[in-house]
Design a protein around this ligand. Sequence first.
Ligand code: ADP
Ligand code: MG
Length: 240
Amino acid sequence: MIEIENISKWYGSFQVLTDCSTRVAKGEVVVVCGPSGSGKSTLIKCVNGLEPIQKGRIIVNGTSVGDAKTDLPRLRAHVGMVFQHFELFPHMSIARNLTIAQEKVLGRGKDEAYEKGIALLDRVGLKAHADKFPGQLSGGQQQRVAIARALAMDPICMLFDEPTSALDPEMINEVLDVMVELASEGMTMMVVTHEMGFARKVANRVIFMDAGAIVEDAPKEEFFGQPRSERAQTFLSKIL
Ligand code: ADP
Ligand code: MG
């Protein structure tokens, strides 16, 4: 589903990614971890073309992201992205947050978009909040809305960038539970997170990044059993 082939990226003269390669198969859940500043967010953003790369290529569901012929907005519409800060539209109701892109990007009718939005809100346990505004919801609830909003676009895969790291501890699990459920339903997911409990439970593979490089890319059993690199070992010993 996602093929990342020997990509390198620079911000100006600063090389942020160095020859990164990995693939995520359909239905696979890959957790990306590593120290702050190691390039995790950049890697994720490159996958849906939010950031251009200067070397290598990324193919999502058969479409080359960097290709000039690629309809990037269209591709992006079907790659769900959930950020650390929920980035809901603050001046729109929760229901409208869920319907606007369905109507404007996918061309769905109002009723169809609304029905789909409400069904997804129900799924994340927030149907009763449809008419509220984002500011009236807790952080955990807003993040669940953000996930529902991404799902409303019928994504072929989902990218998460530290979806729980801005949340109060008691709200982390309500968001992780939704993600665990998604994973169990076969959603292809690339998840930047330091929630190693989540990784142990649902990841197929764990990628460890350091200084812009993929230092480790291993099945979860292997990664948690005995990471090969010293850097990954040190990282794990600090966060576990
Ligand atoms: P992570 O998500 O692992 O913390 P990032 O991908 O956010 O890492 O950042 C990797 C490196 O690139 C950091 O050194 C960061 O300061 C730098 N960086 C991130 N975004 C930009 C940008 N837009 N312009 C310049 N440097 C950036
Ligand atoms: Mg980041």
